[in-house]
Design a protein around this ligand. Structure first.
Ligand code: NIG
Ligand code: FE
Length: 419
Protein backbone atom coordinates (compact mmCIF):
# COMPACT_ATOMS: atom_id res chain seq x y z
CA UNK A 1 0.00 0.00 0.00
CA UNK A 2 1.23 3.50 -0.86
CA UNK A 3 0.68 6.04 1.95
CA UNK A 4 -0.14 9.07 -0.21
CA UNK A 5 -0.56 12.67 0.95
CA UNK A 6 -3.36 13.40 -1.50
CA UNK A 7 -5.69 11.40 -3.74
CA UNK A 8 -7.59 13.20 -6.50
CA UNK A 9 -10.23 10.75 -7.69
CA UNK A 10 -13.30 10.12 -9.84
CA UNK A 11 -12.34 12.57 -12.61
CA UNK A 12 -14.68 12.43 -15.60
CA UNK A 13 -11.51 12.53 -17.71
CA UNK A 14 -7.94 12.41 -16.45
CA UNK A 15 -5.51 13.52 -19.17
CA UNK A 16 -2.12 11.92 -18.53
CA UNK A 17 -0.26 13.35 -21.59
CA UNK A 18 2.15 10.46 -21.00
CA UNK A 19 4.99 10.50 -23.50
CA UNK A 20 8.69 9.56 -23.72
CA UNK A 21 9.58 12.78 -25.47
CA UNK A 22 7.87 15.69 -27.18
CA UNK A 23 4.80 14.57 -29.13
CA UNK A 24 5.17 15.04 -32.89
CA UNK A 25 2.79 14.92 -35.85
CA UNK A 26 -0.23 12.65 -35.39
CA UNK A 27 0.84 11.78 -31.82
CA UNK A 28 -0.04 15.38 -30.89
CA UNK A 29 -3.66 14.25 -31.00
CA UNK A 30 -3.22 11.79 -28.10
CA UNK A 31 -4.00 12.90 -24.57
CA UNK A 32 -3.79 9.54 -22.78
CA UNK A 33 -7.31 9.84 -21.36
CA UNK A 34 -8.36 7.77 -18.34
CA UNK A 35 -12.07 7.90 -17.63
CA UNK A 36 -13.06 7.93 -13.96
CA UNK A 37 -9.37 8.59 -13.33
CA UNK A 38 -7.34 9.18 -10.20
CA UNK A 39 -3.90 10.49 -9.30
CA UNK A 40 -2.10 9.93 -6.01
CA UNK A 41 0.49 12.39 -4.72
CA UNK A 42 3.32 11.77 -2.24
CA UNK A 43 6.11 14.17 -1.20
CA UNK A 44 5.20 16.60 -3.98
CA UNK A 45 5.51 13.96 -6.70
CA UNK A 46 3.07 11.77 -8.57
CA UNK A 47 2.96 8.34 -6.92
CA UNK A 48 0.28 6.59 -8.98
CA UNK A 49 -2.11 7.31 -11.87
CA UNK A 50 -4.94 5.12 -13.16
CA UNK A 51 -8.65 4.34 -13.06
CA UNK A 52 -10.07 5.26 -9.64
CA UNK A 53 -10.90 1.70 -8.47
CA UNK A 54 -7.38 0.48 -9.31
CA UNK A 55 -5.65 3.42 -7.63
CA UNK A 56 -7.85 3.07 -4.55
CA UNK A 57 -6.79 -0.58 -4.31
CA UNK A 58 -3.13 0.46 -3.91
CA UNK A 59 -3.29 3.74 -2.01
CA UNK A 60 -4.37 5.12 1.33
CA UNK A 61 -4.41 8.91 1.39
CA UNK A 62 -4.21 11.51 4.16
CA UNK A 63 -6.49 13.76 2.11
CA UNK A 64 -8.91 13.19 -0.75
CA UNK A 65 -10.28 15.47 -3.45
CA UNK A 66 -13.38 14.48 -5.42
CA UNK A 67 -13.10 15.48 -9.10
CA UNK A 68 -16.42 13.95 -10.21
CA UNK A 69 -17.71 15.62 -13.38
CA UNK A 70 -14.38 17.42 -13.87
CA UNK A 71 -11.26 17.20 -16.01
CA UNK A 72 -7.91 16.57 -14.29
CA UNK A 73 -4.73 17.35 -16.22
CA UNK A 74 -1.11 18.51 -15.77
CA UNK A 75 -0.48 22.18 -14.98
CA UNK A 76 0.17 24.36 -18.02
CA UNK A 77 3.77 25.10 -18.92
CA UNK A 78 4.26 28.54 -20.49
CA UNK A 79 7.57 28.30 -22.41
CA UNK A 80 7.87 31.92 -23.65
CA UNK A 81 7.19 34.93 -21.43
CA UNK A 82 8.57 38.41 -20.85
CA UNK A 83 7.16 38.27 -17.31
CA UNK A 84 9.52 40.82 -15.78
CA UNK A 85 9.10 44.45 -16.85
CA UNK A 86 8.13 47.80 -15.38
CA UNK A 87 5.16 49.95 -16.34
CA UNK A 88 2.84 49.43 -19.27
CA UNK A 89 2.25 50.59 -22.86
CA UNK A 90 -1.50 51.20 -22.83
CA UNK A 91 -0.91 54.46 -24.76
CA UNK A 92 0.79 52.56 -27.59
CA UNK A 93 -2.09 50.10 -27.66
CA UNK A 94 -4.44 53.01 -28.25
CA UNK A 95 -2.14 54.37 -31.00
CA UNK A 96 -2.18 50.98 -32.71
CA UNK A 97 -5.96 50.77 -32.52
CA UNK A 98 -5.97 54.13 -34.31
CA UNK A 99 -3.74 52.75 -37.08
CA UNK A 100 -0.05 53.03 -36.06
CA UNK A 101 2.07 49.92 -36.80
CA UNK A 102 4.13 48.14 -34.12
CA UNK A 103 7.38 48.51 -36.10
CA UNK A 104 6.66 52.23 -36.73
CA UNK A 105 6.23 52.88 -33.01
CA UNK A 106 9.45 50.95 -32.35
CA UNK A 107 11.40 52.90 -35.02
CA UNK A 108 10.24 56.16 -33.39
CA UNK A 109 11.88 55.15 -30.08
CA UNK A 110 8.77 53.67 -28.44
CA UNK A 111 7.99 49.98 -28.28
CA UNK A 112 10.57 47.82 -26.55
CA UNK A 113 12.75 50.91 -25.74
CA UNK A 114 9.90 52.51 -23.85
CA UNK A 115 9.74 49.47 -21.52
CA UNK A 116 13.56 49.47 -21.35
CA UNK A 117 13.51 53.03 -19.98
CA UNK A 118 10.92 52.09 -17.33
CA UNK A 119 12.78 48.91 -16.40
CA UNK A 120 16.14 50.66 -16.08
CA UNK A 121 14.54 53.18 -13.71
CA UNK A 122 12.88 50.52 -11.51
CA UNK A 123 14.46 48.91 -8.45
CA UNK A 124 14.70 45.15 -8.26
CA UNK A 125 12.03 45.23 -5.51
CA UNK A 126 9.68 47.16 -7.80
CA UNK A 127 10.26 44.69 -10.63
CA UNK A 128 9.53 41.78 -8.31
CA UNK A 129 6.35 43.41 -7.04
CA UNK A 130 4.93 44.28 -10.46
CA UNK A 131 5.84 40.88 -11.88
CA UNK A 132 4.49 38.97 -8.86
CA UNK A 133 0.98 40.21 -9.64
CA UNK A 134 1.31 38.74 -13.13
CA UNK A 135 2.72 35.48 -11.79
CA UNK A 136 -0.25 35.23 -9.39
CA UNK A 137 -2.62 35.58 -12.35
CA UNK A 138 -0.68 32.95 -14.32
CA UNK A 139 -1.00 30.50 -11.44
CA UNK A 140 -4.69 31.26 -10.98
CA UNK A 141 -5.19 30.43 -14.67
CA UNK A 142 -3.36 27.11 -14.32
CA UNK A 143 0.28 27.80 -15.24
CA UNK A 144 2.60 25.94 -12.86
CA UNK A 145 5.93 26.31 -14.72
CA UNK A 146 7.07 29.17 -16.95
CA UNK A 147 10.04 30.55 -18.78
CA UNK A 148 10.94 34.21 -18.06
CA UNK A 149 13.19 36.36 -20.22
CA UNK A 150 15.41 39.33 -19.54
CA UNK A 151 15.68 41.80 -22.44
CA UNK A 152 14.29 45.07 -21.08
CA UNK A 153 17.66 46.10 -19.64
CA UNK A 154 19.96 46.07 -22.67
CA UNK A 155 22.85 47.10 -20.45
CA UNK A 156 24.88 44.87 -18.17
CA UNK A 157 23.49 46.28 -14.93
CA UNK A 158 19.81 46.11 -15.85
CA UNK A 159 20.03 42.69 -17.51
CA UNK A 160 21.54 41.40 -14.22
CA UNK A 161 18.79 43.19 -12.26
CA UNK A 162 16.13 41.41 -14.33
CA UNK A 163 17.84 38.09 -13.78
CA UNK A 164 17.88 38.78 -10.04
CA UNK A 165 14.13 39.60 -10.14
CA UNK A 166 13.49 36.26 -11.91
CA UNK A 167 15.60 34.46 -9.30
CA UNK A 168 13.71 36.06 -6.39
CA UNK A 169 10.30 35.33 -7.93
CA UNK A 170 11.26 31.72 -8.56
CA UNK A 171 12.38 31.38 -4.93
CA UNK A 172 9.28 32.95 -3.36
CA UNK A 173 6.46 31.89 -5.69
CA UNK A 174 4.86 28.48 -6.29
CA UNK A 175 5.31 28.82 -10.08
CA UNK A 176 8.72 27.46 -11.15
CA UNK A 177 10.64 29.80 -13.45
CA UNK A 178 13.28 28.98 -16.05
CA UNK A 179 15.46 32.01 -16.93
CA UNK A 180 16.36 33.11 -20.45
CA UNK A 181 18.89 35.84 -21.24
CA UNK A 182 17.56 38.07 -24.06
CA UNK A 183 20.22 40.79 -24.17
CA UNK A 184 19.72 40.88 -27.95
CA UNK A 185 16.06 41.95 -27.78
CA UNK A 186 16.55 45.36 -29.42
CA UNK A 187 19.41 47.70 -30.27
CA UNK A 188 19.25 50.25 -27.42
CA UNK A 189 18.99 53.94 -28.33
CA UNK A 190 22.56 54.69 -27.23
CA UNK A 191 23.82 52.15 -29.81
CA UNK A 192 21.56 53.38 -32.65
CA UNK A 193 23.43 52.87 -35.95
CA UNK A 194 26.06 50.77 -34.13
CA UNK A 195 24.23 47.47 -33.84
CA UNK A 196 27.39 45.41 -34.34
CA UNK A 197 29.02 47.18 -31.41
CA UNK A 198 26.02 46.34 -29.26
CA UNK A 199 26.36 42.71 -30.35
CA UNK A 200 30.03 42.91 -29.23
CA UNK A 201 28.81 44.02 -25.80
CA UNK A 202 26.30 41.15 -25.62
CA UNK A 203 28.87 38.57 -26.69
CA UNK A 204 31.96 39.83 -24.89
CA UNK A 205 30.52 41.18 -21.63
CA UNK A 206 26.91 40.25 -20.99
CA UNK A 207 27.00 36.54 -21.83
CA UNK A 208 30.08 35.73 -19.70
CA UNK A 209 28.75 37.92 -16.85
CA UNK A 210 25.31 36.27 -16.89
CA UNK A 211 26.92 32.85 -17.05
CA UNK A 212 29.07 33.59 -13.99
CA UNK A 213 26.00 34.74 -11.99
CA UNK A 214 24.08 31.50 -12.44
CA UNK A 215 25.37 29.28 -9.69
CA UNK A 216 23.99 25.81 -9.12
CA UNK A 217 21.00 26.26 -11.42
CA UNK A 218 17.84 24.19 -10.90
CA UNK A 219 17.47 24.13 -14.65
CA UNK A 220 19.42 25.12 -17.69
CA UNK A 221 19.66 28.80 -18.63
CA UNK A 222 18.75 29.75 -22.18
CA UNK A 223 19.89 32.53 -24.50
CA UNK A 224 17.41 34.04 -26.95
CA UNK A 225 17.74 36.65 -29.72
CA UNK A 226 15.13 38.69 -31.64
CA UNK A 227 16.05 37.93 -35.26
CA UNK A 228 13.71 40.10 -37.33
CA UNK A 229 13.31 43.36 -39.17
CA UNK A 230 13.94 46.26 -36.80
CA UNK A 231 15.93 44.03 -34.42
CA UNK A 232 18.94 41.78 -35.24
CA UNK A 233 20.08 40.40 -38.60
CA UNK A 234 20.69 36.72 -39.21
CA UNK A 235 24.47 37.20 -38.94
CA UNK A 236 24.18 39.14 -35.68
CA UNK A 237 21.82 36.50 -34.31
CA UNK A 238 24.27 33.76 -35.26
CA UNK A 239 27.08 35.54 -33.42
CA UNK A 240 25.05 35.80 -30.22
CA UNK A 241 23.77 32.23 -30.34
CA UNK A 242 27.13 30.68 -31.22
CA UNK A 243 28.81 32.53 -28.35
CA UNK A 244 26.03 31.45 -25.99
CA UNK A 245 26.27 27.84 -27.10
CA UNK A 246 30.04 27.86 -26.46
CA UNK A 247 29.31 28.97 -22.88
CA UNK A 248 26.77 26.17 -22.33
CA UNK A 249 23.51 28.12 -22.71
CA UNK A 250 20.55 26.35 -24.33
CA UNK A 251 19.36 28.29 -27.38
CA UNK A 252 16.08 29.94 -28.39
CA UNK A 253 15.19 32.41 -31.11
CA UNK A 254 12.39 34.91 -31.80
CA UNK A 255 12.09 34.71 -35.56
CA UNK A 256 9.80 35.28 -38.55
CA UNK A 257 7.34 37.43 -36.59
CA UNK A 258 7.38 40.17 -39.23
CA UNK A 259 9.91 39.27 -42.01
CA UNK A 260 11.55 35.94 -42.85
CA UNK A 261 15.31 36.32 -42.29
CA UNK A 262 16.30 32.64 -42.09
CA UNK A 263 16.12 32.32 -38.31
CA UNK A 264 14.29 28.97 -38.32
CA UNK A 265 17.04 27.40 -40.44
CA UNK A 266 19.64 28.88 -38.06
CA UNK A 267 17.80 27.44 -35.05
CA UNK A 268 17.88 23.95 -36.57
CA UNK A 269 21.53 24.28 -37.60
CA UNK A 270 22.59 25.32 -34.09
CA UNK A 271 20.41 22.73 -32.33
CA UNK A 272 18.22 25.31 -30.59
CA UNK A 273 15.69 23.87 -28.17
CA UNK A 274 12.98 26.06 -29.74
CA UNK A 275 12.20 28.53 -32.51
CA UNK A 276 9.42 30.93 -31.58
CA UNK A 277 6.80 33.05 -33.47
CA UNK A 278 7.27 31.49 -36.98
CA UNK A 279 4.44 33.49 -38.52
CA UNK A 280 5.99 34.05 -41.96
CA UNK A 281 8.47 31.14 -42.08
CA UNK A 282 8.99 29.88 -45.67
CA UNK A 283 7.82 26.34 -46.51
CA UNK A 284 11.31 24.85 -46.85
CA UNK A 285 12.26 26.06 -43.37
CA UNK A 286 9.00 24.70 -41.93
CA UNK A 287 9.98 21.31 -43.39
CA UNK A 288 13.48 21.55 -41.88
CA UNK A 289 12.04 22.46 -38.52
CA UNK A 290 9.47 19.68 -38.60
CA UNK A 291 12.20 17.10 -39.20
CA UNK A 292 14.48 18.48 -36.45
CA UNK A 293 14.51 18.26 -32.65
CA UNK A 294 13.89 22.01 -32.38
CA UNK A 295 10.39 22.66 -31.05
CA UNK A 296 8.24 25.18 -32.91
CA UNK A 297 6.67 27.56 -30.39
CA UNK A 298 3.57 29.37 -31.62
CA UNK A 299 2.41 32.53 -29.85
CA UNK A 300 -1.10 33.23 -31.18
CA UNK A 301 -1.74 35.86 -28.51
CA UNK A 302 0.74 38.10 -30.31
CA UNK A 303 -0.95 38.48 -33.71
CA UNK A 304 -4.25 38.66 -31.80
CA UNK A 305 -2.83 41.35 -29.50
CA UNK A 306 -1.56 43.30 -32.51
CA UNK A 307 -4.86 42.89 -34.37
CA UNK A 308 -3.11 41.05 -37.21
CA UNK A 309 -4.55 38.22 -39.25
CA UNK A 310 -1.53 36.00 -39.95
CA UNK A 311 -0.84 33.18 -37.50
CA UNK A 312 1.82 30.45 -37.26
CA UNK A 313 1.02 27.69 -39.82
CA UNK A 314 0.50 25.04 -37.15
CA UNK A 315 -1.22 22.59 -39.49
CA UNK A 316 1.74 22.54 -41.86
CA UNK A 317 4.16 22.03 -38.94
CA UNK A 318 2.14 19.23 -37.32
CA UNK A 319 1.16 17.54 -40.59
CA UNK A 320 4.86 17.49 -41.58
CA UNK A 321 5.60 15.56 -38.37
CA UNK A 322 6.84 18.48 -36.26
CA UNK A 323 6.54 19.07 -32.51
CA UNK A 324 4.71 22.28 -31.68
CA UNK A 325 4.29 24.08 -28.34
CA UNK A 326 2.14 27.05 -27.34
CA UNK A 327 3.06 30.00 -25.10
CA UNK A 328 1.58 33.33 -24.08
CA UNK A 329 4.54 35.62 -25.01
CA UNK A 330 3.27 37.70 -22.05
CA UNK A 331 4.79 41.16 -22.59
CA UNK A 332 3.70 44.80 -22.31
CA UNK A 333 3.90 45.55 -26.04
CA UNK A 334 2.25 42.91 -28.16
CA UNK A 335 0.46 40.55 -25.78
CA UNK A 336 -0.32 41.22 -22.13
CA UNK A 337 -2.01 37.91 -21.46
CA UNK A 338 -1.32 35.59 -18.52
CA UNK A 339 -3.75 32.85 -19.54
CA UNK A 340 -2.72 29.69 -21.40
CA UNK A 341 -6.45 28.88 -21.57
CA UNK A 342 -6.99 31.86 -23.85
CA UNK A 343 -3.96 30.91 -25.97
CA UNK A 344 -5.46 27.42 -26.44
CA UNK A 345 -8.76 28.99 -27.50
CA UNK A 346 -6.94 31.14 -30.10
CA UNK A 347 -4.83 28.21 -31.37
CA UNK A 348 -7.92 26.14 -32.19
CA UNK A 349 -9.72 28.97 -33.97
CA UNK A 350 -6.93 30.71 -35.88
CA UNK A 351 -4.35 27.94 -36.29
CA UNK A 352 -6.84 25.09 -36.75
CA UNK A 353 -5.27 22.98 -34.04
CA UNK A 354 -7.60 20.38 -32.57
CA UNK A 355 -8.44 20.72 -28.86
CA UNK A 356 -6.20 17.71 -28.10
CA UNK A 357 -3.26 19.12 -30.10
CA UNK A 358 -3.55 22.48 -28.34
CA UNK A 359 -3.54 20.80 -24.91
CA UNK A 360 -0.45 18.73 -25.83
CA UNK A 361 1.21 21.94 -27.05
CA UNK A 362 0.48 23.70 -23.75
CA UNK A 363 1.76 20.91 -21.49
CA UNK A 364 4.19 18.14 -22.47
CA UNK A 365 5.56 19.85 -25.60
CA UNK A 366 5.85 23.16 -23.77
CA UNK A 367 7.84 21.40 -21.02
CA UNK A 368 10.25 20.04 -23.63
CA UNK A 369 10.57 23.54 -25.15
CA UNK A 370 12.29 24.64 -21.91
CA UNK A 371 14.23 21.45 -21.26
CA UNK A 372 11.95 20.23 -18.45
CA UNK A 373 10.13 17.40 -20.23
CA UNK A 374 11.49 14.89 -17.71
CA UNK A 375 10.02 16.77 -14.71
CA UNK A 376 6.71 18.37 -15.70
CA UNK A 377 4.10 18.50 -18.48
CA UNK A 378 2.40 15.13 -17.89
CA UNK A 379 0.82 13.10 -15.10
CA UNK A 380 3.31 10.25 -14.84
CA UNK A 381 4.81 8.53 -11.80
CA UNK A 382 7.87 10.38 -10.51
CA UNK A 383 7.03 13.74 -12.11
CA UNK A 384 6.15 16.85 -10.10
CA UNK A 385 2.59 16.77 -8.82
CA UNK A 386 1.51 19.86 -10.77
CA UNK A 387 -2.15 19.13 -11.33
CA UNK A 388 -5.17 21.11 -12.53
CA UNK A 389 -8.78 20.32 -11.72
CA UNK A 390 -10.91 22.03 -14.37
CA UNK A 391 -14.57 22.79 -13.89
CA UNK A 392 -15.54 21.16 -17.20
CA UNK A 393 -16.82 17.64 -18.00
CA UNK A 394 -14.83 17.11 -21.23
CA UNK A 395 -11.43 18.42 -22.38
CA UNK A 396 -12.97 19.94 -25.52
CA UNK A 397 -14.67 22.55 -23.32
CA UNK A 398 -11.23 24.07 -22.70
CA UNK A 399 -10.91 25.79 -26.11
CA UNK A 400 -14.66 25.85 -26.71
CA UNK A 401 -15.42 28.18 -23.80
CA UNK A 402 -13.30 31.31 -23.45
CA UNK A 403 -12.93 34.60 -21.61
CA UNK A 404 -13.49 33.07 -18.16
CA UNK A 405 -11.27 31.00 -15.90
CA UNK A 406 -12.19 27.30 -16.13
CA UNK A 407 -9.70 26.27 -13.41
CA UNK A 408 -11.30 24.92 -10.25
CA UNK A 409 -8.09 24.05 -8.37
CA UNK A 410 -4.36 24.28 -8.97
CA UNK A 411 -2.06 21.85 -7.16
CA UNK A 412 1.62 22.78 -7.37
CA UNK A 413 4.21 20.21 -6.20
CA UNK A 414 1.43 18.44 -4.32
CA UNK A 415 0.19 21.54 -2.45
CA UNK A 416 -3.09 23.31 -3.09
CA UNK A 417 -1.83 26.57 -4.59
CA UNK A 418 -5.04 28.13 -5.80
CA UNK A 419 -8.77 27.49 -5.49
O1 NIG B 1 7.92 38.45 -28.47
N1 NIG B 1 9.02 40.33 -30.65
C1 NIG B 1 9.77 40.70 -29.77
N2 NIG B 1 9.55 40.75 -28.47
C2 NIG B 1 8.26 40.66 -27.89
C3 NIG B 1 7.58 41.99 -27.83
C4 NIG B 1 8.25 42.80 -26.83
C5 NIG B 1 7.67 44.16 -26.63
O2 NIG B 1 7.03 44.74 -27.52
O3 NIG B 1 7.89 44.67 -25.52
C6 NIG B 1 7.48 39.59 -28.58
O4 NIG B 1 6.44 39.82 -29.21
FE1 FE C 1 8.58 37.18 -27.09
Amino acid sequence: MIQADLLIHSAAQLLTLASDGPKRGAAMGELGIIEHGAVAVKDGLIALVGPTPEVRGQVTAAEEMDAAGKVVMPGFVDPHTHLVFAGDRAGEFEQRVKGAAYLEIMAAGGGIMSTVRATRAASVEQLVEESRARLDRMLAHGTTTAEAKTGYGLDVETELKMLEAIRRLDAEHPVDLVPTFLGAHAVPTEYQGRADEYVDLVVEEMLPMIKSQISNPKSQIFCDVFCDEGAFTLEQSRRVLEAARALGFGLKIHTDEFRPLGGARLAVELGAVSADHLVCTPDDEIELLARSDTIAVALPGTPFGLGRHEYTPARRIIDSGGALALATDLNPGTCWCESMQFIIALACRFMKMTPAEAIVAATINAAHAIGLGHQVGSLEVGKKADVLVLDIPDYRHLPYRFGVNLVDRVIKSGELACT
